[in-house]
Design a protein around this ligand. Sequence first.
Ligand SMILES: [Zn+2]
Ligand SMILES: [Zn+2]
Length: 364
Amino acid sequence: MASGVVLREAGGPVAVEQVTLPGPGPGQVRVRLAAAGVCHSDLSLARGTLAHALPLVLGHEGAGRVVAVGDGVTGLAPGDPVVLNWAPPCRACWWCTHGEPWLCARASEAWQRPYGRLADGTEVYPGLGTAAFATETVVAAGACVPLPGDVPLVEAALLGCAVLTGVGAVRNAAGVRPGESVVVIGLGGVGLAAVQGARLAGADPVIAVDPVETKAELARRFGATEVLTPGAGLARRVRALLDGRGADHAIECVGRPETIRAAWSVTRRGGKATVVGLGATTDQVTFNALEIGHFARTLVGCYYGNADPAVDIPRLLDDYRAGRLDLAALVTERIPLAEAGAALDRLGTGARSVVVFPGGADPT
Ligand SMILES: [Zn+2]
Ligand SMILES: [Zn+2]
């Protein structure tokens, strides 16, 4: 029996409920969660802007320890620390075999399969296949990325979504090179990770943009050389910092029409705007027919940091160990499972609220 944060209806309330989990079955792993970050995609699921089978258990940025493994699972054993991957690549489809495992055709299969039952017998789905806002979960072995034993799990949880996405957007999707200028728009967990990614890539300057002025200090700590508020004249203010030219790169981490437009507009002629934020199907972004050719910019989408977790998470762990990647400062709040729903409502005020399960925090 596990306890999980259950969403029964899009737009409805969330509540901690008992969840009965069978297994693990063949190829599956049962994981006891230590920590799970509260991500904007959880809010999108709760509001229904991101469609998903219901009812579901929220949470997808989790780390914990293996409790049991099913038949045929190799390389994982009870006690092993792991971080969960919400889009595990199958390694066999067209995308996986053409070097784009983050676009795996089968990555979301687990989202569509009930994985347990609620107390009233209703089948329940694992949110984004992982269901990390729960004391335990059952996932495919491929959704578990092994961790070294010395990384605090509260910090490692962030590797499962925000950090992989934000750093990956800069390194993999944008391909930022040393000395290039980068504007990061939106300083949630993903955006602040993108600021760190820009620093890791050797970008200069790194201009961070967010309306919440208390984010400025965090952004500077993570490598921002300038912090601006959005709104009127943003593109002009950015150009003023860059010899009137605009930025080589913009990394958009919000997913709204106005911030996607802003990312486009702060980029120089011939520059590249990378959209990381996931918006709503009801929102439209418009471009006039002249500006696309005139500015000759590149506008690209980015999914899960265009990362291969099996490659990128070990690389991020190297950066962490070398002191180049600050995970601890991204954790701005530690909360119990029962407060996960309330934390969704105040998203945007800090970097990351992280649910810490009893016994989940490592001794310090
Ligand atoms: Zn996420
Ligand atoms: Zn695949």
